[in-house]
Design a protein around this ligand. Sequence first.
Ligand code: A3P
Length: 299
Amino acid sequence: VSLKQTVPRVEVGEVEGIPFTKQICSTWDQVWKFKARPDDLLIATYTKAGTTWTQEIVDMIQQNGDVEKCRRATTYRRHPFLEWSIQEPPAESYSGLELAEAMPSPRTLKTHLPVQLVPPSFWEQNCKIIYVARNAKDNLVSYYHFHRMSKGMPDPVTWEEFMEKFMTGKVLWGSWYDHVKGWWKAKDKHRILYLFYEDMKENPKQEIQKILKFLEKDVNEEVLNKILHNTSFEIMKENPMTNYTTEFRGIMDHSISPFMRKGVVGDWKNHFTVAQNEKFDEDYKKKMADTSLVFRMEL
Ligand code: A3P
């Protein structure tokens, strides 16, 4: 029996009605009290919306296109994952909080928290935040495959069952619908750059330029092209510092489904049956009736 087969899946608890791993629940008080610094940059997303991609773009910008500097550590360690911690073997131990506290400024941090659970110090310090959203159907498909391959997630059981859980918000980090809508509302009151995965796929150069402007950074054409190249799906899939093969060896099984899986818009069409699509659309309309937020499900 391989190690992976014997590793149990995470246990799930709740904070303010949102499902989280038991580990996150047990450290929640410290997460909530986290002290943001004014020059912190926060990258916030719903899980599987393109976090790692955005993190690499931001780091490439901050390192002025220096590929070697960007390979100084894995994505997971370059940008502390605020609320996340693991203590149980076989994963290497990790505490996003400890990593962040030990990191000199300026820091770039990652979170999947819904907007209402972001530690208040981020708002008090008026930190810049980049939020990335991805259309619900592709986000769901990506999340499903991630559950299959990672013991850090609960068992998805079947595609059908997982879809149901996603629609009712009974997945880790809660409802996709509430997440994207909540952050959309917040962007009018705070320093939030709200981006879409679909736009990044369609015109990465333009979206990178939006990030540059938001970060008040400037790079020449050569560096911009270097950033574009090195943050492409093909390069990031082969980069051991971004493809999640360097860490989590005990809990992620890339042979089931690689972390860098497909990286496209519209893969949901290979997963949804016609009946599932109709049901999903009907429910989607209701849940998204109270927002001006519009997603593209294909390019
Ligand atoms: P798929 O499972 O659809 O392939 P996150 O980083 O938030 O966990 O998101 C992971 C998703 O982003 C995966 O989607 C992954 O393949 C995709 N992704 C990662 N890097 C990418 C890139 N450079 N370009 C496009 N998609 C990327």
